[in-house]
Design a protein around this ligand. Structure first.
Ligand code: HEC
Ligand code: HEC
Length: 407
């Protein structure tokens, strides 16, 4: 055997071990007590589903598990990629039975809004309600119970046979029963845990109020912030009435913004919700696909151009995007200069953070070969066989029978 071949042999088991991802339930990642800046006050967490470390951990596993789809091919993360702010660069995302009718939405700071309804058209009453809808969508994950699809009850049977889920549901809910409500709650906890507060804006906002110039901003960024805040009748762009800082969440009473295209052809007037305007672009300044429900605006500048001259009065257009005419109301025109548009773009870019794109606790817990990460149980779990290291040390590793061994 040559020296090279020998080295390869020795390295192989080591690299295989390094790839093995572990979920350690004895010291879970911190989801429940992440620092939230004092100026962030909006929170749509409902009574009865506060984020817990174990609940969000279960939500993370569900979020990345392709087995939640009919043919084990699509997970939530197939259309919500961490490196794209949990959105998708594709205009329409691919599910088990075709492509979506709207562009995927970023899932950053979903928790921090007055608006409790979710989806572009607000058809989900809460994050909990939203979370199981993609699973039951014929196109997205295929457990619709219609059109020849299996039903959610079939998914429950499928997941109940997976030992790791028995351990996780037991740990979170006290018994191993899997229900639609529990799946929704756990997924919602994970989605609400995805928070981004390390942007340039946050550094400035921690020192000053929104209507003061930020110490860490360029002159252009401060001018852009002023335009964002000020209403059109005093020369501003009037964005803040609907995308309210410092959360940049959508006003629950917003109408549509005049973007009425549809990926399926025809018109779509129903879209009155926007995800938070945080992390519109990645840390290098690149958008995560096109903006709006139909991804029809490719750049931040094209977004500003849209609001600068709303194309037409359409059904459902928010009256704040109109101006009084001599007769009927007319579509808004802001008459922004090229410099002002550029300042607004510079400001919107300050809303992007960095940690969220790579942070381990938001990433997939699955190994590259789709095997589930090993679950190490808390010491309280009674039915589990265990082995100590002989030193009476409380860090003894307890493992469920049948769960693959790490060491
Ligand atoms: C096939 C692609 C696809 C899959 C799979 C998918 N989503 Fe989505 N998601 C979308 C699209 C597209 C939208 C916007 C749809 C709309 O508004 O009509 C969306 C919207 C959302 C929203 C609303 C965000 C907001 O601000 O209103 C949440 C939350 C969400 N998805 C979470 C999930 C979860 C959790 C899963 C897994 C159970 C999942 N998604 C699976 C494509 C997908
Ligand atoms: C009357 C309320 C309203 C005002 C004012 C408003 N917006 Fe919006 N905005 C919305 C709605 C509603 C959507 C979602 C529309 C859709 O996708 O069909 C949206 C979407 C967006 C998006 C796309 C988000 C995404 O995830 O793709 C950006 C960016 C945006 N607005 C920026 C701005 C800026 C900049 C201004 C000021 C020039 C502004 N908005 C003014 C209501 C408003």
């Amino acid at each position: 055997m040559t020296e090279k071949a020998l080295t390869l042999l020795l390295l192989l088991p080591l690299s295989a071990f390094a790839q093995e991802k572990t979920i350690d339930l004895t010291s879970p990642e911190n989801y429940a007590n992440q620092p939230i800046p004092a100026y962030i006050t909006k929170d749509n967490t409902p009574v009865g589903n506060d984020i817990t470390d174990l609940g969000a951990t279960l939500g993370r596993v569900l979020f990345y598990d392709k087995r939640l789809s009919r043919y084990d091919t699509v997970s939530c993360s197939s259309c919500h990629h961490q490196e794209n702010g949990f959105s998708d660069t594709a205009t329409a995302s691919t599910g088990v039975n075709g492509t979506t009718g709207r562009h995927s939405m970023r899932l950053i700071n979903s928790r921090f809004s007055n608006e409790e309804k979710f989806f572009w058209d607000e058809r989900a009453a809460s994050v909990e309600d939203q979370a199981t809808k993609p699973i039951q969508d014929h196109i997205e994950m295929g457990f619709s119970g219609a059109d020849g699809d299996p039903s959610f009850a079939d998914l429950v049977v499928k997941l109940s046979a997976i030992e790791e889920y028995q351990v996780l549901f037991q740990g979170v809910f006290g018994d191993a029963a899997i229900t639609e409500e529990r799946v929704g709650k756990a997924l919602a906890q994970f989605v609400r845990s995805i928070q981004s507060f390390d942007s340039k804006y946050d550094v400035g906002r921690a020192q000053r109020n929104d209507n003061q110039n930020f110490l860490n901003f360029t002159a252009a960024e401060n001018a852009g912030k002023q335009l964002f805040l000020a209403p059109p009748n005093v020369g501003g762009a009037g964005c803040a009435v609907c995308h309210t800082p410092p959360e940049f969440d959508i006003d629950p009473n917003s109408g549509n913004n005049g973007i009425v295209g549809s990926l399926g052809g025809g018109m779509d007037f129903a879209n009155t919700r926007s995800p938070s305007l945080r992390d519109l672009v990645d840390p290098s300044g690149n958008p995560h696909g096109g903006f709006m429900h139909d991804a029809s605006l490719p750049t931040l500048l094209s977004v500003i151009d849209h609001y600068n001259a709303i194309p037409a009065i359409v059904t459902g257009l928010d009256p704040r995007l109109t101006r009084p005419g001599p007769g009927a109301p007319q579509p808004q025109t802001l008459n922004l200069t090229a410099q002002q548009k550029s300042n607004l773009v510079d400001f919107l870019k300050t809303l992007t953070g960095s940690a969220i794109y790579t942070e381990e606790k938001y990433s997939t817990p699955f190994n590259t070969d789709d095997t589930l990460a090993v679950v190490i149980l808390p010491t309280e779990s009674a039915e589990m066989t265990f082995a100590t290291d002989g030193s009476n040390n409380q860090t003894a590793i307890l493992k469920a029978t049948g769960v693959p061994n790490v060491g």
